[in-house]
Design a protein around this ligand. Structure first.
Ligand code: AMP
Ligand code: ZN
Length: 466
């Protein structure tokens, strides 16, 4: 498999440290609000990676849940997002975390993302984080300010490894970040923050340095290394994490262990809106629930994401959602047709195997899902494959695509004009009043408007006349 490594800026052949267990860590959600469909694009890309790796190797996939310590600004300023969520909703920070985490997994499952092997909550790993900060302190990488224990990035010469020297020296010039008086370097970051003196925090713990809470970056280093060892094969996340979060994870982990932290850094590009950046903190944003309310099934969104390579930005629009939903429906119609024709049997032949190999080659070429999708369409339309061979191919392809291709497509959504909807309401009332004559009269009026009404145990349904 070829994978683009952010650290080397090129595609590399993926070689795991141990072929019996590939190790992968993915930065998980900060559970102070709903995940938006941009966040979920990242999890879909990580799922594609997990599924593709599993074609070759067993995989240990760890994902954290950030339920404390992620501040409003990645530069360690502002309030904790969890405590902010609690104030917004009049709940405790713990309730907020529980609620949004539950919701996150519902969305994650609905998009057919495979659950990680280990799910690690930050609040359940405070001792590991404290231990890591202690190691860094013993090795001379930390200093104390009035608000916490900080990492001194000037002590770690490879600090620019992931983002490049120009970027870091830009920061060090002070051009991009405001620096508190007590920070020694603009790139220094908090490992442990003290609870404010004037305000009681809901989430806080005792530590050798005083009561407080962990920095966001130390959470990931501590949990990743606890479950996966000092050197991970793969670490993933959204592209926004390269410059601060992952750069800081490397600095902490490598300073503590003296070993390379990650062999392959893999980052997914953003989902964007025509109006700009999609943001969780910025009020309204698209969620899986919003898509469902608009009549889309979550897997139509997965289809949309599969159509764009993970390293390119994807601009979201409802036109592209419509077209993804339509393509998914067409694919299912064909797949179900072949399944029926083949009497539910898939037959592996040289021919179907060759198509599967083509599909796998696309996925193993730095997760080229758009190409794999194109191969899928070529295969289902190909005159060279029998129905049973197509079923065999599709069963395999769907272990990666995870689009439920053999699900019978839902019937067309009927757009009912307002006047017909009003007639239906009147008919419902007439039937409730057992006024059958009126009900028949209204049926005729609905028919005259071009719709056939049927009475089912669930109530009235309508179909547009052909
Ligand atoms: P968060 O819950 O904010 O910590 O983010 C969860 C994941 O979503 C991280 O890997 C982010 O990098 C990623 N992410 C945030 N915004 C977007 C976006 N608009 N498109 C794709 N991924 C995103
Ligand atoms: Zn992380």
């Amino acid at each position: 498999m070829q994978l683009y490594n952010t650290a080397s800026h090129r595609k590399e052949t993926f070689t795991p440290q141990n072929v019996n267990q590939v190790t992968m860590y993915c930065c998980g959600p900060t559970v102070y609000n709903f995940a938006h469909i941009g966040n979920l694009r990242t999890y879909i890309f990580e799922d594609l990676l997990a599924r593709t790796i599993r074609l070759q190797y067993p995989l240990k996939h760890v994902m954290n849940v950030t339920d404390v310590g992620h501040l409003v600004s990645d530069a360690d300023d502002g309030e904790d997002k969890m405590e902010l969520g609690a104030a917004r909703e009049g709940k405790t920070a713990w309730e907020i975390a529980k609620f949004y985490e539950t919701k996150f997994w519902q969305d994650y499952d609905a998009l057919h993302c495979t659950r990680p092997t280990v799910i690690s909550r930050a609040t359940a790993h405070i001792p590991e984080m404290i231990a890591l900060v202690k190691t860094l302190e013993e090795k001379g990488y930390t200093y104390r300010t009035s608000d916490g224990i900080y990492y001194d990035t000037s002590k770690f010469p490879r600090y620019d490894a992931l983002v490049g020297h120009a970027h870091i020296s830009g920061l060090q010039g002070g051009a991009r970040v405001e620096m508190s008086d007590e920070k020694r370097n603009p790139t220094d970051f908090a490992l442990w923050k003290f609870s404010p003196k004037d305000k009681k925090r809901q989430m806080e713990w005792d530590s050798p340095w005083g009561v407080g809470f962990p920095g966001w970056h130390i959470e990931c280093s501590a949990m990743a290394m606890k479950y996966l060892g000092h050197t991970l094969d793969i670490h993933c996340g959204g592209i926004d994490h390269v410059t601060i979060h992952h750069t800081n994870e490397i600095a902490q982990s490598e300073a503590a262990t003296g070993q390379k932290y990650v062999n392959y850094w893999v980052h997914g590009e953003f989902l964007i809106l025509r109006s700009g950046k999609m943001s969780k903190s910025g009020g309204t944003f698209g969620t899986v629930d919003v898509l469902k309310e608009k009549g889309y099934e979550p897997l139509a969104y997965r289809y949309l994401c599969l159509g764009a390579h993970y390293r390119t930005q994807l601009e979201f629009s409802y036109e592209s959602m419509d077209s993804a939903a339509k393509s998914l429906k067409n694919l299912r119609t064909l797949a179900c047709g072949y399944l029926k024709e083949a009497a539910d049997k898939g037959t592996q032949t040289e021919n179907s195997r060759a198509w599967k190999d083509k599909f796998t080659a696309a996925m193993q070429d730095d997760l080229n899902a758009p190409k794999a999708l194109a191969v899928t369409w070529e295969a289902v339309r190909s005159g060279d494959l029998s129905a049973a061979e197509k079923v065999d191919f599709l069963r395999f392809a769907d272990t990666i695509l995870a689009l439920d291709v053999f699900k019978a497509p839902a019937p067309e959504k009927v757009e009912i004009p307002a006047e017909v909807a009003a007639l239906l309401e009147q008919r419902k009332a007439a039937r409730a009043a057992k006024d059958w004559a009126k009900s028949d009269e209204l049926r005729a009026a609905i028919a005259a408007a071009g719709y056939t009404v049927k009475d089912t145990p669930q109530g009235q349904t309508v179909e547009k006349h052909a």
